[in-house]
Design a protein around this ligand. Structure first.
Ligand SMILES: O=C(O)CC1=CCC(=O)O1
Length: 269
């Protein structure tokens, strides 16, 4: 566990992987979704940590990172990640981003192409949701807290089987969502509302893998297929028995897809 003040905000992060990895060698960087922190990647990271240097971080307003007052712009999140990688001396990375984390990854590839060699875009899109959806969430969480909208969100995040009342992990991720700082949550909703990456993402030229859970209710397979179609040469994979967070429901399959893709690029492993 480490903290760094970069781009005007304290970010909680962790670097994992073999001790003999060269300090400035390529890294695998993970960016998480709205209402989650980097622990959503733990089971995937456990499967990859033997072979790669991993960087996990909590974006502003989430986890143990500072939560500046809302609203945020997607470029705030992108510039935070760029500054964190510069701070860590990481010059080349494959960025694995989920949902808004996937938009941060796309934004980083556009704004700092020197840093990004490949993208794994999980359950994300070039444009997520509508003004009405995000404004409704901002209003609700500011007035009544995140718990007031949590049920609907959790239904889109997880399959019915995972949401069983006996599943302690489901209770844990519910707490992760509802304990997110309101400024962090609403601030990032504003970033999502205002971001449309269609044209900048269409111009990307690098290896890209798009992944989506078969039962994703937030960024459904057809939307992620659209994202993949936008990017020259991007691959598209659907993971069965998963919702919006395949890294939690199907970590084995998620890690295997990431590893096979990185091997194909010829730059990792
Ligand atoms: O909260 C949701 O519905 C899922 C989601 C959309 C953007 C993000 O990061 O998570």
């Amino acid at each position: 566990m480490a903290f760094a003040r970069v781009n005007g905000v304290v970010l909680h992060h962790e670097v994992r992987g073999p001790a003999d990895m060269p300090e400035n060698g390529p890294a695998l960087v993970f960016s998480n979704s709205l209402g989650t922190d980097f622990r959503i990647w733990d089971a995937v990271a456990d499967r990859l940590a033997g072979n790669y240097r991993l960087v996990l971080y909590d974006k502003r307003g989430h986890g143990l990172s500072e939560a500046p007052p809302q609203p945020y712009a997607l470029t705030d999140h992108v510039d935070d990640l760029a500054a964190l990688l510069d701070h860590l001396g990481i010059a080349r990375a494959a960025v694995v981003g989920l949902s808004v984390g996937g938009m941060i990854a796309q934004g980083l590839a556009t704004r700092r192409p020197d840093l990004v060699e490949a993208l794994v875009l999980c359950d994300t899109a070039h444009k997520i949701g509508t003004d009405a959806l995000w404004n409704g969430r901002i209003e609700a969480v500011n007035a009544k807290g995140i718990a007031s909208i949590a049920d609907g969100i959790l239904q889109r995040w997880f399959t019915p089987a995972y949401r069983s009342s006996g599943n302690a992990d489901f209770a844990g991720y519910t707490a992760m969502l509802t304990r997110t700082p309101v400024d962090g949550y609403a601030g990032t909703c504003a970033a999502l509302r205002d971001a449309d990456l269609t044209e900048s993402t269409r111009a990307l030229r690098l290896p890209v893998l798009c992944i989506v859970g078969h039962q994703d209710g937030s960024t459904p397979p057809d939307l992620v297929r659209e994202l993949a179609a936008l990017i020259d040469g991007a691959r598209f994979e659907i993971i069965a028995e998963a919702g919006h967070l395949p890294c939690i429901e199907q970590p084995e399959k998620t890690a295997a897809l990431i590893e096979a893709f990185l091997a194909e690029t010829g730059r990792w492993g």
